[in-house]
Design a protein around this ligand. Sequence first.
Ligand SMILES: Cc1cc2nc3c(=O)[nH]c(=O)nc-3n(C[C@H](O)[C@H](O)[C@H](O)COP(=O)(O)OP(=O)(O)OC[C@H]3O[C@@H](n4cnc5c(N)ncnc54)[C@H](O)[C@@H]3O)c2cc1C
Length: 471
Amino acid sequence: MKDIIIIGGGAIGCSIARFLSKYKLNILLLEKNIEICEETTKANSAIIHGGYDAAPKSLKAKLNIRGAKMYKTLSEELGFTYKNIGSLVVGFTEQDLEVLEELYSRGLENGVEGLSIIDGYAAREMEPFISKEVKYALHCSSAGIVDPFNYTYSMMENAMENGVEIKTEAEVVSMEKRLEHILVKTKDEIFKTKLVINAAGLFSDKVANMAGDDDFYIIPTKGVYRLLGKNKDMILNKVLFQTPSEKGKGVLVTPTYAGNVMLGPTSSKLDGNVAPTEEDLETIDRLSKKTMPELDVKTTIRVFEGVRAKPNTRDFMIYKSEKMEGVIHVGGIESPGLSSAPAIAEYVEDLVLSMKSLELNKSYKKEKSIRGYTAKSYEGMDLEEIEEAEREIICKCEGITRGEIIRSINNINGAISRDGVKRRTRAGMGFCQGRRCGPKVREIIATELGIDESEIKEGLSGKELIEKYFK
Ligand SMILES: Cc1cc2nc3c(=O)[nH]c(=O)nc-3n(C[C@H](O)[C@H](O)[C@H](O)COP(=O)(O)OP(=O)(O)OC[C@H]3O[C@@H](n4cnc5c(N)ncnc54)[C@H](O)[C@@H]3O)c2cc1C
């Protein structure tokens, strides 16, 4: 019998797992894909929003502000990249200024720190390459950027070090309430648990339906991005937004945690049309160049898409089910879900504490430990040979070594696919997008896992995720 089953291994499920691992509980996380971090969490803007955008008094506003404040300490404890670089919402007209003033007052009401409205000159002092047409800007010094993949992996690894178990390729298909427990069924297994936490992202409404709840539904919304190469001549210090519209926060220009430039996302209702269209790319180019006219979209190394789990209720849906006792839904976690993730986990922790008294896990460690490992790739080598092999650069674009790749596989929640290695180490994320290092990475995965290369599993592409959604 499990104490808690968490459904879904995205940023939210993994954060909840880590926060609950400080208690003496028998926790299992079930994930339907081959690895965690395979859906919404793997393709987003990776911004830690200041919190001026969300409607005052909403759960989104409260958890965004709290979550953004938690990132610095968490990044120090767990070792993922977080940079508090600040953001600017740029305005071109008097009308835009009115929107900026609205955002400013909303920000103050929400409790955002470090907000000010500045003129175009001050904005260009911070960002020399923004358009000369920019007349006003809302500066938010508390905004930042994060590595969303390693945020999620670190949360899960730390949770596992503290005793949480994980099962992948375990899609939950139904739940059934018995007197004292709930039966959670996957295609292959049945688990007994006292409590279920639904953190199923795009599918959180479907999982809620399994408990008999229909208080919200998800409107999947596509967002397309362009990722540009690293350009030392183009200074970009902050996240640059344009004034938001009904459709969302608009097209942004932002540095990524690794130093690339990212443009996007678009926003269109998902209708089964998976590929980014000419219109998507035209919108991105036109709007991002309005902010920064000298952007060179010819340096694009990748176009990709993410899917937002937009709830019809417009706010996060985090609540105890009234239909099935012992179930907590954490659904509709659209943006700023990543910014809010640690605060959502804390909020869920409080909900769990309101349902049962919990004993602390005395051996809980909040820092991730540095793990030793035995690499199959180094069998038969002496120390000198191992050191040399460790330093060999496998991904030349990003300067990733064999040692880093091997460590990403031999981890407590190690990579089992090329995408898994890529998201953990950046091998394959550079200019050639893995064309050169891909075969070597596959070879290392096969050696370390002791399997044939043909047996290596591959994760979902954005296109496959969207196709699967409509099945
Ligand atoms: C285009 C775009 C831009 C964004 N930009 C930002 C931003 O800049 N800042 C920000 O704060 N937020 C942003 N977000 C939002 C943020 O990415 C999400 O809020 C966050 O990633 C949601 O995480 P999640 O764990 O709820 O969902 P997911 O990452 O989708 O995880 C849910 C998991 O549940 C699993 N699952 C589903 N059903 C089942 C089942 N039946 N059984 C087992 N497992 C199941 C899935 O496989 C998946 O792994 C953006 C989102 C998008 C799409």
